[in-house]
Design a protein around this ligand. Structure first.
Ligand SMILES: Cc1cc2nc3c(=O)[nH]c(=O)nc-3n(C[C@H](O)[C@H](O)[C@H](O)COP(=O)(O)O)c2cc1C
Length: 191
């Protein structure tokens, strides 16, 4: 039987939704059944073989609905191979703004541990100047922040292909744990 993957996301301004949809359609290209769901309305998990769960980072946290979903379904999710991703300004590599923006979302280590996540990835998101209050924008600009759509579709596709490859090679529940590329020995602390 085809494995079935559920991609769950939270999103305020749709860039994470775009990442989730891209991951889903790419996994689907491998002949895997994929459902996409917002974190606030997740379907039953009983026929799901693997989960990908992602949230954007706002003020150094995942969105509340993603955290809430993880808390509410912790037992169900921990029984499945779960992969997590964050979307944020992590792509910024300018000397001043870069380190400030590369802070991991608070609580991600605990979340990863609670869900026994197989893997955690971080993707650069979209910085739309209209979404930032004036003072934040000024600060961001002054430090050399980079506005615009920084999503790296090649990187996102590559991860989706790895997930699909692991699912089809090992069977849905017996997935290999880690893959390379910015992932250290603890799935939630990046190299
Ligand atoms: C008010 C505001 C606060 C933000 N705070 C952070 C942050 O603390 N860390 C980070 O990496 N990105 C931060 N971002 C960037 C967002 O994570 C990024 O824009 C993301 O693509 C938004 O995803 P969404 O379109 O799915 O809501 C912030 C963006 C805004 C508008």
């Amino acid at each position: 039987m085809r494995p079935s993957v559920l991609v769950i996301y939270a999103s305020r301004h749709r860039s994470t939704e775009g990442v989730a949809n891209r991951i889903a359609s790419r996994i689907g290209e491998h002949g895997i059944t994929v459902t996409v769901s917002e974190a606030s309305s997740v379907p039953e998990l009983d026929r799901i073989d693997a989960v990908v769960l992602g949230s954007p980072v706002y003020d150094q946290r995942w969105l509340p609905e993603a955290e809430e979903l993880a808390r509410t379904h912790v037992d169900d999710l921990a029984g499945l191979p779960v992969r997590l991703f964050s979307v944020g300004t992590f792509g910024d590599d300018k000397p001043l703004i870069g380190p400030l923006m590369k802070r991991e979302p608070k609580g991600i280590e605990n979340l990863c541990a609670a869900l026994q996540a197989r893997e955690y990835r971080v993707f650069a998101g979209v910085i739309d100047r209209h979404q930032w209050p004036y003072l934040s924008r000024l600060f961001f600009h002054t430090l050399g922040g980079r506005l615009g759509d920084n999503r790296d579709w090649g990187q996102i596709d590559a991860w989706a292909d790895e997930i699909a490859g692991a699912l089809t090679a090992s069977g849905p529940r017996g997935l290999a744990v880690q893959s390379s590329g910015g992932v250290s020995s603890s799935p939630c602390s990046r190299a």
